[in-house]
Design a protein around this ligand. Sequence first.
Ligand code: RM4
Ligand code: MN
Ligand code: MN
Length: 430
Amino acid sequence: MQNTVISPDLIEQDNAARLDALEEDYAALSRALERRGIAIGQVKERAKDWSVAVPSWGAGRGGTRFAKFPLAGEPTNIHEKLEDCAVIHQLGRTTPGVSPHFPWDRVEDYSALREEAESYGLHFDAVNSNTFQDQQDQPQSYATGSLSSTLEPTRRQAIEHNVECIEIGRHLGSDRLTVWVGDGTNFPGQQDMGRSFDRYLDAAAEVYAALPADWTMMLEHKMFEPAFYSSVISDWGSSLMAAQELGEQCKCLVDLGHHAPNVNIEQIVARLHRAGKLGGFHFNDSKYGDDDLDSGSINPHQLFLVFNELAEAETAPRGGFDPAYMIDQSHNVTDPIESMLSSAETIAGCHARAWLVDREALHAAQESNDVMLAFRTLRQAYETDVGPILAMARMEQGGAIDWLGTYRASQHRERKAQERRAVGLGAGIV
Ligand code: RM4
Ligand code: MN
Ligand code: MN
């Protein structure tokens, strides 16, 4: 028996009131797409098959370095986070995977945790290690680095933590480890940039050696923060060098917020695919830096262009194409369930629109250097409102046509505010 957090009757009732309007919009879109030689049903099925994981830590309110504004009823442990992730998937039907973070999501019994997730129709996605923060009673501090630390006992501790994450992940049914380190410097001269990269590689190789044969290790680069002068794995160049040295099972993960302003992220995606090293994504958006804003809320066009490269890569797999998709954002002022539903819809919409691109026409225009026709071919897909396709796909899978209206009508958060213990005022994402 599947455990449903939101009453299926409520979803059905809400959908019934909205079905006529949706069918009208869907039929109109179907006719418009048919004129372009596109069968709407195929796009809808593709939308149903596609999914993006949610981060366990994103189920809670995030914060900035300055403050966190807690939300009454937000989850305080992995069990409550799973319950909220179940709500997101129940209404949106695109997020069956939950990506855990350790030690934040530590429990005694991981097999039981896996069963708990499965009871909601969820599974565990990539496991994230955490060597960017010290934990209570931890012998060595990461204040001056973890995998790249100059101190052997600190590197050892960071390696062991990553190996433990793999072990936990095996119990949870995961097959990916995401490694993001905060290692870097705040002062010129603080560390030798070459030697710290060497130390990182030596330590990461020990983690890699512990990887089961069917696992992927994903290296996540980030230009700055917590280190503000230099980061050890600062950009896709460093990430690619490291992944290539570590081996076949090591790939690069692109977090959209982790680049310098104005960087052409879609081109990075194309390059990593070319190198056979495109491991996965952390979706979010930013205006100034690593702002961790909701995916596509600032620059939906960039997100579409990333998916256009992905569609291109999938049609030309060059020996493999299996990136992991995940949301990684911090919700400072919204209900995280609403933000993740909104982001999942935006991301799924960019994915669907990328598959509306008349790729043959695009390639022909590119080959003949018809600049305007190439641009308009892409733009036509971007400007197509795929909302009715996504809503129909949701509804047919038991989700909500109007996820926001149905979610608010469910009063889930209000109920949880009565049941769950209040969270503290601490700053930061945790
Ligand atoms: C980092 C990075 C990692 C995430 C932490 C919480 O900036 O995006 O993926 O695990 O934040
Ligand atoms: Mn990330
Ligand atoms: Mn980040």
